[in-house]
Design a protein around this ligand. Structure first.
Ligand SMILES: Nc1ncnc2c1ncn2[C@@H]1O[C@H](COP(=O)(O)OP(=O)(O)OP(=O)(O)O)[C@@H](O)[C@H]1O
Ligand SMILES: [Mg+2]
Length: 140
């Protein structure tokens, strides 16, 4: 991607409950469809959104997601930034490998989400919080 433009500053949604997981997921699905994502891309970004939104709620208690509509001149896309001030992730390599959970769950949310998107960036500091940015593009 050479030049990525965002339209406006993006839409910021709060994540603080299980209901918010549903609302964020619905919003992203609608935006993906509006932007011309095909069924596979729509399902992929919707599923990743669900997992990452739930992680904010479950592991950090609360946070936000910022949704931006992006374009590189040929393709349209969505960029989502999940931010929280939770406990952070001490061993990023381990959680990205998959199968590791501190919540006695499957531990597949983060690793699965990473595979479903085109761009994935994770910044975290133990005791301070976590910021995960993902992007998904339409095909050429
Ligand atoms: N936002 C976050 N803040 C702090 N820790 C997190 C956050 N997101 C993920 N983690 C840590 O990474 C681990 C792996 O996350 P992942 O989503 O892969 O699995 P999980 O949420 O435990 O289970 P599931 O498979 O149901 O999603 C979590 O168990 C948790 O320890
Ligand atoms: Mg999870």
């Amino acid at each position: 991607v050479v030049a990525t433009q965002t339209s406006g500053d993006g839409l910021v949604l709060k994540i603080g409950s299980e209901d918010d997981v549903v609302l964020v997921r619905r919003r992203v699905r609608e935006l993906a469809q509006q932007r011309g994502f095909d069924a596979f891309a729509t399902a992929a970004i919707t599923t990743a959104t669900s997992e990452l939104t739930r992680n904010v709620f479950v592991h950090a208690g609360a946070g936000t997601v910022t949704i931006e509509e992006i374009s590189d001149g040929r393709r349209r896309g969505l960029r989502l930034t999940f931010e929280d001030r939770g406990p952070g992730i001490p061993d990023v390599a381990r959680v990205l490998a998959g199968g590791y959970s501190t919540a006695k769950s499957l531990g597949l949310g983060l690793s699965g989400s990473r595979r479903l998107v085109d761009e994935f960036n994770l910044e975290t500091e133990p005791g301070k919080g976590t910021r995960i940015t993902v992007a998904k593009w339409t095909r050429y």
